[in-house]
Design a protein around this ligand. Structure first.
Ligand SMILES: NC(=O)c1ccc[n+]([C@@H]2O[C@H](COP(=O)([O-])OP(=O)(O)OC[C@H]3O[C@@H](n4cnc5c(N)ncnc54)[C@H](O)[C@@H]3O)[C@@H](O)[C@H]2O)c1
Length: 366
C-alpha cells in the first residue's frame, strides 16, 4: 500500500517535531505539504525536510485531494476550527494536546470527525515514550502488584512562544499546557478508569510579569478502583526540561526519569551545541540527551497514527482521551479556584477557557 500522505498545519516548534518524526520513521507516511500563515515560515520548514508543497492558508492545503491525514501543530484556540475544517475535507486528523479550549469544542471535534468518518487522533506522545511504555508493560504484567499511585511530572522554565503566555490564546498556564500530559498519562497507565475527583493547587510564582496563567501546579486525581494520580507541572523550573514518572504498587515500584536517566552527565567550560529542550546553557554541568525525539516517542506516535489510517492498528490515543483530559482540566482549575476537591462528572457549560474557573471570570458556571 502507498504511504499515507500527510499535511502539517503550523511550521514552528511542534510542526518541526512532526516533520522530523515522519522522517525518522518513514515507512508508513510521507509529508507532502505544510501550511502556515506567516510568509516564508512554511517554506523554511519545507526546505529543511524536503516537503514539496507549501501553503499560507491551511484551508487551501485541505483542498489537495491526495492528502489523507493532517497534523495540527497550531495554537490551542485554533484546534477546533482546524479539526472541523479538516474533517469536512475528508482528512484524518492528528491534533496536538490539549485537544481544545473548551469541553464544547472537544465534543464538536469528536462529533465532526465521527460524522465525516475520519479518525481524530490525539497527539499525546507519552503513550509512546519508550521508557514509560516499558513501565506500563511491567505494571500490566503485575510487576508492582496493585498500583495505588502513579506520578507524572513535567517541568521547565516556560514555553518558547508568546501565545502560550496569553491565556486568551492558550486557555491556561502550565496546568493546561503540561498538566494535560500528566492527566492523560495517569489515565492511560491505569487502563482508563473513570476519574472520581480532582484536587489542584496552583499559583503564578515567577512569571507574573508576563502572564496571568499559573506557572506551577500540583494536581491529585482519584480514579475508580482506588488508585491516585499525582501530576506536577512547572514553568518555573530552571535548567531545561524535566520529565519523570513514578509508579507505586503494593508489590513494587519503578522510577522513570526521562531526561536525567537517558542523559550523559557532562561538564564543559566551553559549552557545546545542544543539550536538551529548553536548556539555557551548555556550560558547566549539563545533561545532554541523545535521540531526543525517539526517547519522547514522537516518531513512534506518528507511525502508529499512519498505520491507523491504513487500518493496520487501532488508535490508542483518540479524541475521547482528549475529552477526558479536558474535563479533568476544568475540574482542576475549578478546584484551585475554590480550594476544594471537585467530584466528576464536572461539565459546566459556557466556560470560555479552563483557566477562567481558577481566575474567577466564569464563577457563574461553576
Ligand atoms: N506534544 C508536545 O509535547 C507538544 C510540545 C509543544 C507544543 N505542543 C502543542 O502543539 C501546538 C503548537 O505549539 P508550538 O509549540 O508548535 O507553537 P509555535 O508557536 O511554535 O507554533 C505555532 C504555529 O501555528 C501556526 N499558526 C498560527 N495560526 C495559524 C493558522 N491560522 N493556520 C496555520 N497555522 C497557524 C504558526 O504560524 C506557527 O507555525 C500547541 O497546541 C501546543 O500545545 C505539543
Amino acid at each position: 500500500m502507498n504511504k499515507v500522505k500527510v499535511g502539517i498545519i503550523g511550521s514552528q516548534f511542534e510542526a518541526d517535531i512532526h516533520a522530523a518524526s515522519f522522517q525518522i520513521a518513514p515507512e508508513e507516511a510521507e509529508v507532502v505539504a505544510v501550511a502556515s500563515p506567516t510568509p516564508g515560515n512554511a517554506q523554511a520548514l519545507a526546505s529543511r525536510y524536503g516537503i514539496p508543497r507549501v501553503f499560507t492558508s491551511y484551508q487551501e492545503m485541505l483542498r489537495e485531494p491526495d492528502i489523507e491525514m493532517v497534523t495540527i501543530a497550531a495554537p490551542n484556540r485554533l484546534h477546533c476550527r482546524m479539526t472541523v475544517d479538516a474533517a469536512r475535507a475528508g482528512k484524518h486528523v492528528v491534533c496536538e494536546k490539549p485537544l481544545a479550549m473548551t469541553l464544547e469544542e472537544a465534543e464538536e471535534m469528536i462529533g465532526a470527525c465521527r460524522k465525516q468518518g475520519v479518525l481524530l487522533l490525539y497527539a499525546e506522545e507519552l503513550f509512546f515514550t519508550p521508557k514509560y511504555v516499558k513501565a506500563k508493560e511491567m505494571a500490566d504484567q503485575g510487576a508492582f502488584g496493585k498500583v495505588y499511585l502513579v506520578k507524572q511530572s513535567e517541568k521547565h522554565f516556560g514555553p518558547h512562544s508568546s501565545w502560550f503566555w496569553d491565556v486568551e490564546k492558550s486557555g491556561g498556564g502550565v496546568f493546561m499546557d503540561m498538566g494535560c500530559h500528566g492527566i492523560a498519562f495517569c489515565y492511560w497507565f491505569l487502563n482508563r478508569p473513570a476519574i472520581q475527583s480532582v484536587y489542584c493547587q496552583m499559583g503564578t510564582y515567577v512569571h507574573a510579569d508576563k502572564t496571568r496563567g499559573e506557572d506551577n501546579s500540583i494536581c491529585v486525581i482519584e480514579f475508580d478502583g482506588g488508585a491516585a494520580g499525582l501530576v506536577e507541572n512547572s514553568w518555573a523550573r530552571r535548567g531545561g526540561m524535566d520529565d519523570r514518572v513514578e509508579v507505586h504498587g503494593d508489590g513494587g515500584l519503578t522510577y522513570a526519569n526521562l531526561h536525567m536517566g537517558n542523559a550523559l552527565p557532562t561538564y564543559s567550560e566551553a559549552g557545546y551545541g545542544y543539550a536538551v529542550e529548553k536548556a539555557p546553557s551548555t556550560k558547566g554541568w549539563s545533561y545532554p540527551v541523545f535521540e531526543e525525539l525517539w526517547n519522547y516517542g514522537f516518531p513512534q506516535e506518528m507511525r502508529h497514527f499512519a498505520r491507523c489510517v491504513r487500518g493496520k492498528e487501532q488508535p490508542i490515543a483518540t479524541g475521547e482521551d482528549g475529552l477526558v483530559v479536558m474535563e479533568a482540566l476544568y475540574a482542576g482549575y475549578a478546584s484551585a479556584g475554590c480550594g476544594a476537591k471537585m467530584a466528576l462528572p464536572y461539565r459546566p457549560r459556557g466556560v470560555k477557557k479552563p483557566i477562567d474557573l481558577w481566575l474567577g471570570q466564569s464563577s457563574a458556571a461553576i
